[in-house]
Design a protein around this ligand. Structure first.
Ligand code: FES
Ligand code: FES
Length: 219
């Protein structure tokens, strides 16, 4: 008899992959409820083109800025247009597309990253404003050996997402929620995770995942 994993195990493996990188989000391009508007997408495409065509000449002319970031523990030097947002710099310039853009207006939390250990809506920050900062994205949570962060494992274990679009931001925010000491109860978790919206309404499972990691840390 073929060694086929039970349906539940197969789904769990799929979810692990999504929690790790958001790689499956491409499947959602036609249905993501918080997908950026056409205008915003057009603006990002234009920004990506401007970013990739940066040259020493236009930097010297003052049209571009060079900034230094530590992204997921690696030093990175970027040349960006001064109005480039942090999320666009991460996604378009560095190719770290695990961080998602939902509303692009600071209202959904899909773009949450850690900036000097503080969770931040990267769609609201100019890249030049965080010059010198340490940034952690969902790609940076796994260990050097590729082992998933306990919060990524907990999201998979608790089935804490459906489409997965909000998940990278939820996981980054959940890690910070515990670090901040704001995970004392389900009600407190809900309050301090309230900046991260989930259109699939996976909230009970997200709370369960945060509680799981919190309790494991207590030993
Ligand atoms: S994309 Fe919604 S808060 Fe940044
Ligand atoms: S928006 Fe679909 S899992 Fe949160």
């Amino acid at each position: 008899m073929p060694d086929t994993p039970p349906p539940d195990a197969a789904r769990r493996n799929f979810l692990r992959g999504t929690a790790a990188s958001g790689a499956s989000i491409g499947l959602l391009s036609g249905c993501a409820p918080m997908a950026a508007t056409t205008a915003a997408a057009t603006g990002r495409a234009a920004n990506a083109e401007r970013t990739t065509t940066a040259t020493a000449a236009n930097v010297a002319a003052g049209a571009w800025a060079t900034i230094h970031l530590t992204v997921n523990n690696k030093p990175r030097t970027l040349t960006v247009e001064p109005r480039t947002t942090l999320v666009d710099a991460l996604r378009d310039t560095l190719g770290l597309t695990g961080t998602k853009i939902g509303c692009n207006h600071g209202q959904c939390g899909a773009c949450t990253v850690l900036v000097d250990s503080r969770r931040s809506n990267s769609c609201l920050m100019l890249a030049v404003s965080v010059d010198g900062a340490k940034i952690t994205t969902i790609e940076g949570l796994a260990g050097p050996d590729g082992a998933l962060h306990p919060m990524q494992l907990a999201f998979a274990e608790k089935d804490a997402f459906q489409c997965g679009y909000c998940t990278p931001g939820q996981i980054i925010s959940a890690v910070a929620c515990i670090e901040e000491g704001h995970a004392g109860s389900a009600a407190e978790i809900r309050e301090y995770m309230s900046g991260n919206l989930c259109r699939c309404a996976a909230y009970p499972n997200i709370v369960a995942a945060v509680e799981m990691v919190r309790d494991a840390r207590k030993g």
